[in-house]
Design a protein around this ligand. Sequence first.
Ligand code: PLP
Ligand code: COI
Length: 355
Amino acid sequence: MSTATTLNMNIEKTKKSKLPQVDFNNLPFGQTFSDHMFVCDYKDGKWQTPQIIPYQNISLDPAAKIFHYGQSVFEGMKAYKDEKDQIWLFRPLENQKRINISSERLAMPAFPENYFMEGLETLLKIEKDWIPQTPGSSLYIRPFIFATGAGLHASPSTEYKFMIACAPSGAYFAGNVKVLIEEKYSRSANGGVGFAKAGGNYAGQFYPTQLAVEKGYHQVIWTDDNTHEFIEEAGAMNIFVRIGDTLITSPTSDRILDGITRKSILKIAEDEGIPVEVRKFTVSELTEASKNGTLKEMFGAGTAAVISPISLFGHRGKDYELPEIENSYAARFKKRITDIQYNRSEDKFGWRYLV
Ligand code: PLP
Ligand code: COI
């Protein structure tokens, strides 16, 4: 092991890279992991010296609180490589802040900004050959924290692990997405943990999503838990609709994740002079607009999903198809955002971050 960073991080390189086994033209999302991972333990009230070590299994006490009480949060980010082999991140400090917002809600300790950024950048420099240059692909980055302290008392752990794993990945969705508007189950509730990227939020979605998949949909669109009248977000992305020329998305709340892609789209829309309404909107507004032809587009936005056009939504046993349109907002936003991410255009908002 050598120690070479301002955090005095321990770095142990792998003896045999897995890179030659990877087909960069066929990268299912989040299935292949790079050679190294970042690990930092929390104990005795503080984060210990971080390490970067070969990607490997970890060993935990069966009574670790993550297994019993689900104390875990995560982030989703991507690293992009440009034509000059430079490595870029997109608004990484937003992820750093958000993981601590999530952690606070789950009574977990904050992870310091310098540990997060230095750990991430050091890992990415080591893993630079794992960042795909294949169009539409990138290195998906998964920072996560979970409770490692053992004990069955239902109270916060005193020990945690922060890790970063990296997975060279292609598109999250294979093509256009079909969604089902959910009216029975809820993803989140007022005062709950919906705004946090808590592992349990996703586990709770699996069963209703399975039921939707059995009916031929890809994702569920969540409505508010109280009335099921208002569109909130999807399982892995925020939702936008276009009625006439107006772009509409729900306001964030303690039930909805404050997506970084979502806020970037709102800024680009303002920049392009697109009329925007951030307001609550109902399912019946959508079905009406679909019937009278004013519903032009619906799309999801997120780090993994990028911008995913929705081709159809199901509601109460009926399917509503979205029209195919030229020069769609979804296509325009996708181009603007990915051109910034891959360093193909100017970065007028200062979102790009050189590693
Ligand atoms: N909503 C949920 C539930 C998500 O999991 C994600 C993905 O991170 C998003 C929205 C989009 O957030 P972001 O754009 O920050 O990736
Ligand atoms: C992301 O977009 O990064 C997410 O965390 C969503 C996840 C369900 C893949």
